[in-house]
Write a new protein. Structure first.
Length: 307
């Protein structure tokens, strides 16, 4: 009996040893991707907008969700920006409070003048799907120590952006992931979620960065005038898998981890570690953001968007 027990112990130790060896061998392999339940960032009527301060500074993000007869609008700031006031209109374009010269912020359905420096705030308003040409006009007064007090407006464009996720191998042979650095898509995500640092980039020519979870730049993204997109490693890193999404980021598919299902991105190169990854993209010249000056001849700067 004792011999059998000792034999079982030996077999168990052998199996554990095999498991450790297999685990060690697989540790640096590129992860396999599997389908999971999916939703979209725009499920049930959802949108994401930039909060632009002083006409050119990215101060935060505005997101909205339409469910039945209600719309919920959420303001979030970046870095050291804080919200002091909010004026928000949702309704038919014909009913937007205005005169020939200006938009009447004080007559917006939401008009909060003493928010005291919040970094996040939400409002719920009635929504009627029978409205003719419903719009959202989202304004705020924001403050930062460096820029002072600034007027900000939500810029809810349907312009094309792109996002990138890669798997790369560093000098030690370790496999890790990195994402495009840009306008944060998931600012409230937990740090353990791989998409917590993922940023969207406007589809315009330029050089952009890939960052890993330690905020290190491990690669460059170069978009050229002809639509060629090169993904290049920096230093001794080697990029093996790359995934690129192009379009309105509100259409990103989300998986069970509340991060985009990158393996369904329309552009992908896998298991090529010895050459730059190159794509050919169609650049968009369309700009669907509508300014108050363009729509009404108003001297007040800002934008609105159709819902």
């Amino acid at each position: 009996m004792k011999t059998k027990i000792n034999l079982l112990k030996c077999l168990s130790l052998i199996m554990i040893g095999i498991g450790i060896i297999l685990s060690s061998c697989l540790k640096n392999e590129l992860p396999a991707v599997e389908d999971s339940s999916q939703t979209t960032l725009k499920s049930a009527g959802m949108g994401v907008c930039d909060l632009i301060a002083g006409q050119y500074m990215y101060a935060g993000m505005i997101s909205y969700t339409i469910e039945g007869d209600q719309i919920t609008v959420h303001y979030t700031t970046y870095d050291e920006w804080a919200i002091q006031e909010v004026h928000l209109y949702v309704g038919p374009i014909a009913d937007l409070p205005k005169n020939k010269k200006a938009i009447k912020l004080g007559q917006f359905p939401v008009s909060e003048d003493n928010l005291g420096g919040l970094t996040s705030v939400s409002f719920s308003l009635p929504f009627d799907d029978t409205w003719t040409e419903p719009i959202i006009a989202a304004q705020a007064v924001v403050y930062s120590p460096d820029e002072g007090t600034q007027t900000a407006w939500g810029k809810c464009c349907n312009e094309k952006d792109f996002v990138v996720k890669v798997y790369y191998q560093d000098a030690s042979g370790q496999i890790n992931h990195a994402v495009s650095e840009g306008n944060l898509l998931f600012p409230t995500a937990n740090s353990w979620q791989w998409c917590s640092l993922m940023g969207s980039i406007a589809l315009v020519p330029g050089t952009y960065h890939l960052i890993n979870p330690e905020l290190e730049i491990i690669g460059e993204i170069r978009l050229y005038e002809d639509g060629i997109l090169d993904i290049l490693p920096v230093g001794q890193n080697t990029i093996c898998n790359s995934y690129v999404f192009v379009g309105n980021v509100t259409e990103l598919m989300l998986g069970a981890d509340d991060c985009p299902t990158f393996y369904n991105f329309p552009y992908a190169i896998e298991d090529i570690c010895d050459a730059p990854h190159q794509y050919s993209l169609e650049l968009s010249e369309e700009n669907s953001c509508i300014s108050f000056e363009e729509a009404f001849g108003s001297k007040k700067w800002g934008w609105f968007s159709f819902l």
